[in-house]
Design a binder for this molecule. Structure first.
Ligand SMILES: Cc1cc2nc3c(=O)[nH]c(=O)nc-3n(C[C@H](O)[C@H](O)[C@H](O)COP(=O)(O)OP(=O)(O)OC[C@H]3O[C@@H](n4cnc5c(N)ncnc54)[C@H](O)[C@@H]3O)c2cc1C
Length: 567
């Protein structure tokens, strides 16, 4: 029976990332096989007809064209079974790769089992989590789902169902970028269910530069931080595992708090947040944006009006410190009212940035960011600068491959017209990203950041195992069945990208680094900051603290900045 069918209707065919910035225009509609047999048939039919396959797309929570194909996109939504094995002997659990992380964890919890560490958002699929190496924050435990893989079942580029258990092959597949095969079944190491105690406190930012943060991270099961440069504060989360949950001693850790870090919000609150942000941005109201940053800071350690507390037992009152089932403190998900799910004109649609560095570079990277923010003062409204840790991973393409890693991440809501209007501080974001990647060999998270940062020329400098990974692409997918633009940039065969046809200013959403003013947004110019080309608001150039409208040199400097002359 023929399974693939095409459609001329663009709206049926085109799919986007969850926050809509990534635009994929495949030849066919997304296919939803009901079981593995149907999936294998679908892949074989696509190969026979010469179509490429995106196997598979997850929940499209990655905002790179890693999710795109020009051929047949396949979702494993319906391949979400659960199995548990050797329950009394350490144990493993297997999952259909389309299952969502939170469903997998609920299944395990019902059997008094769990995963040792999990990423923050439960609404991603296990297939998607391991393709991009989604991680939490621990130097003590494996921080990613990828690093908890025991074996896999996959469909290779010839359409064969295969077991992947050889340790070297497993290391290639742990973070596979969707380019080695379709992962059908994921078998993970499991541990007895356990509780944790977590506490957030406010600390001075000096802990990021004097070794204190690293020392804490080395000694904690779970530690992460949110840095707020405008207040010079850091909110530090310290998490302790209580591994022996089972048996009578579990009562030592009374409490059933859960995380609401990614909150379910009332639609009115989402609309208000969206409108406030857009108005502040449109008016270049930096004090207002700093106030939003301050609000976020407060919400991570205290109760605030308008946002559920980060840890709570009743959803209303904060618990700090909090005790609870560890995975429920580490991870949560919104369902109906996610901030990005509130209709076309009033959702909060984040663009995310994330770069991983060797941990020893943390202090100097922080100093670099502070220097950039002195030139372009910028608010980090959504999560401050989120700082997480990972122990070294054997996975070839893990951002933590080979060394202890610290990840610096931030998110910023998209403007109502993201094709013309820049978000405040875009220039700072661009200077920070470029300097972390260039000066510190920072590795961009595979599911975040602008597409410019996934070119072979950049990856060659930062990703030590690129050639080895390419040899695995040849081994498991010699004919390029799973190849897409993202994969082509990785192999260096092309620099093509999936670009939304409405994009006209390539640097605005980081499809390029600006080389002329037109690459940037309305009322912006392309300037050099610390040697990096970035889009700066003209208003910023004029309101630079050094700018003096009565002084000729100062006026010439401002004109020079607009005309892209280096500082
Ligand atoms: C609110 C939110 C919170 C987040 N929190 C974190 C976090 O804490 N830590 C972190 O590291 N990241 C985080 N991310 C990023 C996210 O974890 C990754 O982008 C993840 O890949 C998304 O999973 P997905 O199911 O949406 O997969 P998609 O984004 O749909 O797909 C990602 C890649 O996975 C591939 N893929 C999916 N299924 C399969 C399969 N069965 N076989 C082969 N390839 C497959 C796709 O082809 C694609 O290449 C977050 C994202 C959001 C939106």
């Amino acid at each position: 029976m023929e399974r693939i069918y095409s459609t001329d209707n663009l709206t049926e065919r085109v799919y986007r990332s969850y926050q809509r910035s990534i635009y994929c225009n495949p030849k066919f509609k997304i296919q939803y096989p009901q079981n593995v047999t149907e999936l294998v048939d679908l892949v074989k039919e696509s190969i026979a007809k010469g179509y490429r396959v995106k196997g598979a797309i997850g929940n499209r929570h990655s905002i790179t064209d890693i999710i795109c194909t020009d051929g047949v996109p396949i979702s494993l939504k319906n391949i979400n079974y659960t199995e548990i094995e050797n329950e009394n002997d350490g144990g493993t659990a297997s999952f259909g790769a389309g299952i969502e992380l939170s469903d997998a964890l609920i299944f395990l919890e019902k059997r008094n089992k769990t995963l040792i560490h999990v990423p923050t958002y439960g609404g991603i699929t296990l297939g998607g989590a391991i393709a991009t190496g989604a991680h939490g924050s621990s130097l003590v435990h494996p921080s990613s789902i990828s690093d908890q893989i025991v074996r896999l079942q996959i469909i290779d580029g010839m359409g064969n169902l295969r077991e992947i258990s050889d340790p070297q092959d497993v290391n290639a597949f742990r973070v596979n970028l969707g380019l080695l095969g379709i992962i059908v079944k994921i078998t993970l190491a499991i541990v007895p269910l356990f509780k944790a105690t977590v506490q957030t406190t406010l600390e001075p930012e000096s802990i990021l530069m004097d070794g204190t943060a690293q020392r804490w991270a080395n000694n904690l099961d779970w530690m992460q931080m949110w840095w707020f440069p405008s207040t010079s504060n850091v909110v530090v989360l310290k998490g302790h595992y209580h591994i022996k949950l089972t048996g009578s001693k579990s009562d030592d850790y009374l409490g059933n708090a859960t995380s609401q870090f990614i909150p379910e919000l009332d639609p009115v609150i989402i609309t208000t947040g969206h409108d406030a942000y857009e108005t502040l941005e449109a008016n270049k109201n930096r004090p207002g944006l700093y106030a939003l940053e301050r609000f976020t800071e407060l919400s991570l350690h205290s109760e605030v009006i308008g946002k559920p507390p980060i840890f709570s037992e009743d959803g209303v009152n904060i618990k700090n410190p909090a005790n609870g089932i560890a995975w429920r403190l580490m991870s949560n998900r919104c369902h109906t009212y996610c901030p990005w799910n509130n209709g076309n004109t009033s959702s909060i649609l984040p663009e995310e940035f994330s770069v991983a560095l060797q941990i020893l570079n943390l202090p100097s990277a922080i100093k670099t960011i502070k220097e950039i923010l002195e030139i372009i003062p910028t608010a980090f409204t959504m999560v401050g600068i989120f700082i997480r840790f990972s122990k070294p991973s054997d996975s070839l393409m893990a951002i933590s491959n080979g060394h202890e890693t610290v990840t610096l991440e931030w998110a910023s809501p998209m403007r109502d017209n993201p094709y013309e209007d820049a978000k405040g501080g875009l220039g700072a974001y661009q200077a920070i990203l470029q300097s972390l990647i260039k000066n510190y060999k920072g590795r961009p998270h595979w599911g975040k950041n602008g597409l410019y940062y996934f070119r072979q020329s950049i990856l060659e400098e930062t990703t030590s195992n690129l050639d080895k990974f390419k040899s695995y692409m040849k081994k498991f997918d010699p004919d390029g069945t799973f190849m897409n633009n993202f994969g082509k940039r990785i192999t260096g065969s092309s620099n093509e990208m999936n670009i939304d046809p409405l994009v006209h200013h390539c640097a605005l959403q980081e499809y390029c680094i600006c080389s002329k003013n037109e690459d940037c947004g309305h009322f912006q110019s392309c300037n050099k900051v610390k040697g990096f080309s970035v889009c700066r608001d003209l208003a910023d150039v004029y309101s630079d603290s050094n700018y003096d409208p009565t002084n000729l040199t100062s006026i010439l400097y401002a004109i020079g900045a607009i005309l892209q002359v280096e500082d």
